[in-house]
Design a protein around this ligand. Sequence first.
Ligand SMILES: [Zn+2]
Ligand SMILES: [Zn+2]
Length: 645
Amino acid sequence: MIKITFPDGSAKEYKNGITSLEIAEQISPGLAAEVYSATVSGEIWDLTRPISSDATLKLHKWEDEQAKHAFWHSSAHLMAGALESLYPGIKFGIGPAIEMGFYYDVDPGDGKIITDSDLKAIEDKMKEMASENLVFTRREVTKKEALDLFKSKGDEYKTELISELEDGTISLYTHGNFTDLCRGPHLPSTEPVKAIKLTSVAGAYWRGDEKRRMLTRIYGITFPKQKMLDEYLVFVEEAKRRDHRRIGREQELFAFSPKVGMGLPLWLPRGSDIRQNLIDFLTTVLRKRGYRIVTTPHIGNVELYKTSGHFEKYRTSSFQPISTPQEGEQFMLKPMNCPHHCEIYNATQHSYKELPFRMAEFGTVYRYEQSGELHGLTRVRSFTQDDAHHFCRPDQLREEFKRIIDLVLYIFKVLNFNDFTAQISLRDPDDKEKYIGSDENWEKAEQDIIAAASEKKLQTTVVKGEAAFYGPKLDFMVKDAIGRNWQLGTIQVDYNLPERFDLTYIGSDNQKHRPVMIHRAIFGSLERFVAVLIENNAGKFPLWLAPEKAVILPISEKYNEYAVNVLEILNNSDICTLIDDRSEKIGKKIRDNELKRIPYLLIIGEKEVLNGTVSVRKQGEGDQGSMKVDEFVNLIHSEINKEIS
Ligand SMILES: [Zn+2]
Ligand SMILES: [Zn+2]
């Protein structure tokens, strides 16, 4: 008999050699139909692999990444099997599961190509094979056996992969007539794959090396139910509609210029307004919460980054240092603001009474990203962080954490991010050498984070082993309007930089002590955050964030002078407004400006001039009647106050 321990801590004895699937069936047949893979003593396994010693067991349902991974990875095999039967002699590179779906890199052979128009036939073959309920069987083989098999098939790609593997670790999986080199895990059979969609074909160099052969990469996705695939396809369309790159172009928010350089965003006036509104809003909030705003240069001496340790990290993988012509000094484009902030801390003396010192900066940093990785505003080479550092005494850590949690929750509320999760990352208790800082400090910091989160009634998951080497952290994940997760908000304890920069404060005992540093960002970067806002709101911004709050539409040229008067009043009242004085029909002006998603349209004709009023139309809600200009000013101010209070 062997003992199986479940995630809730309960344990049960089973006969030696039982499989996860059999255990699931014994619990309930319903459960067995819903699980796709299992984690056995920390390793992800096939459900049908026999367990032959005491083990911990977690069964994975669809919601778990591990289930989707096994499902999509098995689907990649299914596709490969279909390809082999449709394209005899085809050779295979790698076929992993990805975040959404899977792909396989294939070489159809000389003179043969696979294009989008072939996908339907491959899909149909996959469906036919899936319905045959082909069982995935695992076989462990020697390196020689594996090499012989793939050499006999003439598959130089698999042969190359196998030649790099260690003997004794090689497994093959077979379903139907198709055998693949693979670590697993897979589904028990092809039967659960009920809905299949091959989405695209692309070129991909073998092993990402542009000197080697270009293979054909076929992407696809599968689900256990047709309804799930239908929903996914609707989601994909919706995501396209919300794509911030398209909306950014249409609404003239930002642009990229090859002359300026790849991945370097140019904020156009309207996008810049949104960005500035975020900065103004957060600055006001931060000042109220005891932060001091600081400003630092965009470059720093390499010595600074040698002290911080960032030189090691970014030296080869990021922008290369620049030198001064005469002194030969070397500078790096700033990859992080933290080292500069440590030196701001060091610029003055600190006593225990004046801590914590909360320092904030909208600091622009520069990091190299491969050109292929760049994506709109979400992956760029220059971005501005809403960065802040708290320098505090160890006994203040919990209180500071609570303050930051409060701040994050407040910002989420203002921005209507109501669906979020929080994760506390602790160190791996079995591998303490990986981390710097004393045991005592770590234990205290971890307890402080857990206590702060619970005092703030934050629902958290706690994950061991995910902390940075320099301290534990708390991260927030926000779900957007179409269910995608974005990491926003991170709070991180740091024992490393205070040590490296020899930060001190004078304690009540008149001795020097080491402060603790907390890094925190809420938006992360303004670039990425604006992208998230655009996609979350489908390009429609709340009033306080909108670039222009109103546009004035005179019915004819006769009223242009009054329109200019109104414009001045509104702009002087901090309400960014435009005039549309084109000699177009009023109906066309209304339509054009509604398309631009300007929140308020103010129509001006004879009656409005006589009464000193404007006729108000609200985006999406139509006519609001006419009101005095100062009434409109009050309306806007109170609406904005409501949004950001
Ligand atoms: Zn596989
Ligand atoms: Zn930092």
